[in-house]
Structures are given as C-alpha cells and as structure tokens.
Design a protein around this ligand. Structure first.
Ligand SMILES: *Cc1c(COP(=O)(O)O)cnc(C)c1O
Length: 425
C-alpha cells in the first residue's frame, strides 16, 4: 500500500521509516537542537515563490511576502534574495525588514490600525505604498506626511463584499468585516485622497481572506476592483498598480487549492481581457509561500490511555502552535520514525492548563514516550503566533538548505521572559 502524499512533498518525504526534510533526517535535527523545534526548508520556500514569479514574469509586478505568516529574519532574507517585497502590518514588521537587510522601498504597509508613530517610521524608511483601510486613516496619514514634508503613496484597500468561502475568522472581504473601505464608498474616498496634502494615489488593493481554495472569489473581487479603477480614472484619478492580496490556501489534509501559477494566470488573463494589462500587478501571499515549507517537531512526554480518550501529551503546546486551539484547524501529525506496532487513536495535546490546548484529535498513531512527532504544514502562522502562556519560552527555529540545518533563532530562555518585569516596593 502506498502512503498518502505528505503535504510539503517533495521536500518533505519518508525514506524508509524516517521523515526527512530537504535532505536532513528530522530526528537528527531534533537531537541536535532540542524540542519543540520549528524546522523550515529554504528550497520549499524558494519553490513556492518561484511558482508566483514564473507566472508574473513578463509584466510589471511586485510579489510582496505577507510576513506575518512567518517573520523570522532568515525567512525574510530568503525572499528578499529572490527580489520579493513585503507586506507588513506593523512598525515591528518594518523593523524586521530593515534588520534583515531587505529594501523598504519594496514594502506595502497594510493594517486597519496604523499608529501615527508607525506611519512616521514608514514614511522615513521610504516604504513603497500605504494600503489605507479607512477615511480616518487617510486623514491621519495626510497630516503625518505633510508634517514631515513627505508624500505618502497610497492604495485604498477595498472591501469588495465577496465571500472567500473560508473560515469566518480568516474571511476578510465581506461587508460587516473590520477590514478595508466599503466598495460603494471607495470612489468618494479616492476623490478625497486626490485633494489631500501629502497624499499621492498610486494603487488599489484588496485581500478577501485566507486559506482560500477556489479561484472564483478572486475573479469576483478582481472584477469589482477593475470596475472601481474605471470609475476613479473617469473622475480624473490615476491608478498605477493593482494589488490582488494574498490568501491562497495550502493542503493541510485533503484541500485542493489551485496552484499559484494557475491562479495568477487566470487573474492576469482577466486583467488583460478587461483592457488593464498595462498596470503593475502586486500580490501579497503569506501562507502559500511558507506553510508547507515547515514542520514543528515535538517529543512525546507521557501517554495517558483512558476509558473515553487516549491522550498523547507532547512538549509542544498551544503557545507554540495556536492554530488548532484558535481556529479548530486540522494539521497533519506524523511520527519522525515509524514504528511497526499497531496504531491506537490518540488526542495529541500539550502541557498547557487549558482543555483547548490540543494539536490534533483522534489521530491513529503508534507512539511511545520519547518518540518524536512532526506537526506538518507548520511554516505559516506557527512561530509568529507563539506566546509565552504558562511562562513557556518560545521554541527554537532551524532553516534547512541543501541538506544543512542551521539554527536561525535560539530557544528563548526563562531569563529573557522575566527580563522586562519590575517588582516595585
Ligand atoms: C494576512 C494578510 C495577507 C496574507 O494572507 P495569507 O492568507 O497568509 O496569504 C495578505 N495581505 C494582507 C493585508 C493580510 O492581512
């Protein structure tokens, strides 16, 4: 019987009984660096970006990695080396771009609640574009930019009111959602922007959700965006670029999202068909560039078989990987070294004092204490969402490149956790 293909293949593969990522045996990486441990494949990240870049080649474009998916400096540098820009959502992420040696002139700044201090920092760093999400933000940005004697290039994030058909927590393009300017107001806000000091209109953008597995919602959103572009230009405005957002899904279990090049191909075809082929195209993928490039390695601490449930308690927890607790997300969990014993059904849970602290439920696994498990598809929204709940230091991270594993973030220490605290008399 052939085993089902692993998400992350061909970079993630089983050779004999052992799980390998990009030429390293994962049990050896865990032995060297300890657990819980995030391990990423640089080749997998490059390949994921390559699919977008190939499809965008031959026309003006900028692929902006949405770094909130995985913001480690080495990941940022990996994408910067491929010529990518970055979609950021905070001043902290801007600082990461700069610290990684990437170019702030390729940064688009998204987010519904930018502070004036963040606007100032971004203007001084020379970011390429602010993706403005409200009229109030536009006015604030105009004030900050004028005060600095600078001009902020802006794009309005339009809420196209299309259903991305994904989990409600990660759907962002419907009415009644906190993101973006409502489609029917956008034309007026563009008119207003044209008259504001310190503001230069340069583009239009949308981002309708995350873990999207169909092309149709993208095409619907694009059509609504192009309708607006035509209206804005009829009003005398100029829209230089179309930013089509991120949100492309990945395979965690049996999802079958379109390949990035197929999605991009269809979007470009629609843009051309409607006579907008001269515009620069931006995209902001996060999850699809890194999600299946990484795994989270964890050691089995204790087995607790029971009358109702069998619990497999591991050393990674919801503070390391929040997605299952936060979105009831299903993530693959497999042993790093396969045993031939019969499998039992386990709930794989962490040591945190919350019943919501689980990584996977009802999983068929042959496990013993001390075994290593790999939580799959953990490259996106894993480490960036990690917390210190239960005063647990955050995991270490390793990048694998052509068979070589390199530590890219040291395991946090308890001292580091306590450092900022004060004990007033
Ligand atoms: C999160 C986010 C993205 C990336 O979303 P993915 O689903 O990870 O591709 C892109 N643009 C904006 C504005 C975002 O907030």
């Amino acid at each position: 019987m052939s085993s089902p293909q692993l998400p992350g293949a061909p970079f993630l593969a089983r050779r004999g009984d052992d799980l390998w990522l990009d030429g390293v045996r994962l049990s050896e990486v865990a032995a060297e660096f300890g657990t819980p441990l995030y391990v990423y494949s640089r080749s997998a990240m490059r390949a994921a970006a390559g699919a977008y870049l190939q499809a965008l080649a031959g026309r003006p474009h900028l692929l902006c990695y949405a770094m909130k998916a995985n913001a480690s400096l080495t990941v940022i540098r990996t994408f910067a080396e491929l010529g990518l820009g970055f979609d950021i959502v905070s001043g902290g992420e801007l600082a990461r771009v700069i610290a990684a040696g990437a170019d702030p002139a390729k940064v688009v700044f998204s987010g519904v609640g930018k502070t004036r201090a963040e606007m100032r920092a971004a203007l001084l760093a020379g970011v390429r574009c602010f993706n403005v999400e409200s009229e109030a933000e536009l006015l604030a940005l105009s004030g900050v930019a004028s005060g600095l004697g600078r001009t902020a290039a802006i794009s309005l994030r339009v809420n196209p009111d299309v259903d991305a058909k994904t989990h409600p927590y990660i759907s962002t393009g419907l009415k009644g959602n906190k993101f973006g300017v409502a489609h029917e107001h956008a034309r007026a806000v563009y008119r207003q922007a044209a008259a504001l000091p310190g503001i230069r209109v340069t583009g239009i953008d949308c981002h309708i959700g995350s873990q999207i597995t169909e092309i149709a919602p993208y095409l619907d959103a694009l059509d609504r965006l192009l309708d607006l572009v035509e209206q804005v230009e009829a009003d005398g405005g100029t829209i230089h670029h179309l930013d089509l957002g991120g949100g492309l899904g990945i395979t965690y279990t049996d999802e079958q999202p379109p390949a990035a090049d197929l999605l991009v191909g269809q979007l470009l075809a629609r843009i051309d068909a409607r006579g907008h082929g001269h515009r620069e195209v931006l995209m902001e993928p996060g999850r699809s560039l890194v999600g299946n490039a990484g795994v989270l390695l964890t050691e089995v601490l204790v087995l607790k078989p029971g009358a109702e449930k069998n619990f497999c308690i591991v050393d990674a927890a919801m503070n390391d990987m929040a997605r299952p607790a936060m979105y009831q997300a299903w993530m693959g969990i497999v042993p790093c070294h396969q045993r031939s014993d019969p499998a039992l059904t386990w709930d794989v849970v962490g040591p945190v004092c919350e019943s919501g602290d689980w990584l996977g439920r009802d999983r068929a696994l042959a496990v013993q204490p001390g075994d290593l498990l790999a939580v799959l598809s953990a490259g996106a929204y894993g480490m960036t969402m990690a917390s210190n709940y239960n005063t647990r230091p955050r995991a270490a991270e390793v990048m694998v490149d052509n068979g070589r594993a390199t530590l890219i973030r040291r395991r946090e220490t308890i001292d580091e956790l306590l450092r900022g605290e004060l004990l007033p008399d």
